[in-house]
Design a binder for this molecule. Structure first.
Ligand SMILES: Nc1ncnc2c1ncn2[C@@H]1O[C@H](COP(=O)(O)OP(=O)(O)OP(=O)(O)O)[C@@H](O)[C@H]1O
Ligand SMILES: O=P(O)(O)O[C@H]1[C@H](O)[C@H](O)[C@H](OP(=O)(O)O)[C@@H](OP(=O)(O)O)[C@@H]1O
Ligand SMILES: [Mg+2]
Length: 343
């Protein structure tokens, strides 16, 4: 495939983590030119692009309260709207919904029905939109059938603050939450997390450390505050991830069930680059979806570069046989205000 230009719009941190320079080298041998897009400069002069791959989550979240980020997002969206034949991975509306745990947890909760046959579910959860009287939070926890311990996560699902979480062990400790946030039933899963990394029509499962088991039901233990990046990175190891007592190894999630989950989420999200965090309930062995991530790190997936390039080639092949109108549907973007209003 010769003369194809793929633009990347990533934060410096993301560009380094993904090793974009190495990916550019990898693509060179396949006739695909990788171009780093500078969002602060006019995109027209940097194009044209056959495909744009981005992780604009930082900009979208900051656009909520920062006019400079709003302008960057508006520039990007104007370019995308003016170039309908440029394929966007992934469409901004799809990405924007995953920046909001209220939206992504609604998607996860629907899996219970669509994937019932595969015994795939997600834990009961409760949205806390703003500062709320303690009794009404406690009533909401009961009404939604949440069970202690609870895990509390920020509403915003991206960026450094989004990984600050807490484990709550009693109704009185619900005073420790800082809305807007979600409360989710904690599911004992033997301190093993299964990360499912999706690249187009391929997916890869990687095992990671995870939070240890805790006694079920309320207890007078103090709230535990932690950062999720202390818990489930490949090298994570702490009191939070070390099991307090031996337990039999759980079988990994069935590859057929994971394939069914990925198929369903691809259809629901309309995205090609995402991650799903899955745990196995130690009591029911149910495959439990606890998180969906935009353009994750793909750490532990040696096939990432070849899979990404293969996906780029396949969307370009489809596009050249289907004509420019097809790409336009893939890159429809909300207005900057609508994008930031979703958060
Ligand atoms: N409902 C739950 N039951 C049990 N453990 C959970 C639950 N939710 C989260 N965890 C634990 O907390 C960790 C972080 O949760 P989550 O993935 O939602 O946070 P995150 O900040 O979005 O993480 P990342 O962005 O790195 O995927 C998980 O890897 C898992 O160890
Ligand atoms: O271990 P993984 O690849 O899941 O780590 C991801 C993490 O899940 C989140 O997707 C992070 O994105 P943010 O939520 O935007 O922080 C990724 O960070 P990034 O800098 O790679 O985008 C982690 O890689
Ligand atoms: Mg996660």
């Amino acid at each position: 495939m010769s003369g194809r230009r793929v633009g990347f719009c990533l934060s410096d941190k993301k560009r380094r983590r993904m090793n974009l320079d190495a990916f550019a080298e990898f693509c060179e041998g396949h006739g695909v030119e990788v171009v780093e897009i500078d969002l602060s400069q006019p995109l027209g002069a940097q194009g044209p692009f056959d495909v744009i791959i981005h992780k604009l989550s930082d900009v979208i979240v900051e656009a909520e309260h920062n006019s400079q980020s709003q302008q960057l997002l508006a520039n990007f969206q104007s370019y995308v709207s003016a170039h309908p034949s440029t394929i966007l991975l992934d469409p901004l509306p799809a990405m924007t919904q995953l920046l909001d745990r209220f939206a992504s947890y609604r998607i996860m909760s629907e899996l219970h029905n669509s994937l019932r046959d595969w015994r795939i579910c997600s834990p009961p959860y409760l949205e806390i939109h703003s500062a709320t009287e303690l009794p009404s939070i406690q009533q909401g926890v009961t009404a939604q059938n949440l069970s202690f311990p609870l895990i509390c996560k920020t509403r915003v699902a991206h960026g450094s603050l989004s990984h600050e979480m807490s484990l709550i062990f009693s109704a009185d400790s619900l005073a420790d939450i800082r809305p807007p946030c979600v409360l989710q039933s904690f599911v004992n899963h033997g301190a093993v997390l299964h990360k499912v990394f999706v690249v187009g029509d391929r997916h890869y499962c990687v095992e990671r450390p995870s939070l240890k088991n805790f006694p079920s039901g309320p207890c007078d233990r103090k709230t535990i505050f932690f950062n999720s990046h202390q818990v489930s990175k490949p090298e994570s190891s702490s009191d939070l991830t070390a099991l307090d007592e031996e337990m039999p190894c759980l079988p990994p999630p069935s590859s057929e069930a994971v394939a069914a989950l990925v198929r369903e989420l691809r259809a629901q999200l309309g995205m090609a680059l995402f991650g799903v965090d899955v745990i196995i309930n130690i009591h029911t062995h149910t495959l439990t979806v606890i998180d969906i991530n935009i353009f994750p790190g793909y750490e532990g997936v040696p096939q990432f570069f070849s899979s990404l390039l293969s996906h780029i080639e396949s969307v370009l092949d489809k596009h050249s046989s289907a004509g420019p109108q097809a790409a336009g549907s893939a890159s429809s973007a909300p207005s900057p205000a609508a994008a930031s209003r979703l958060l």
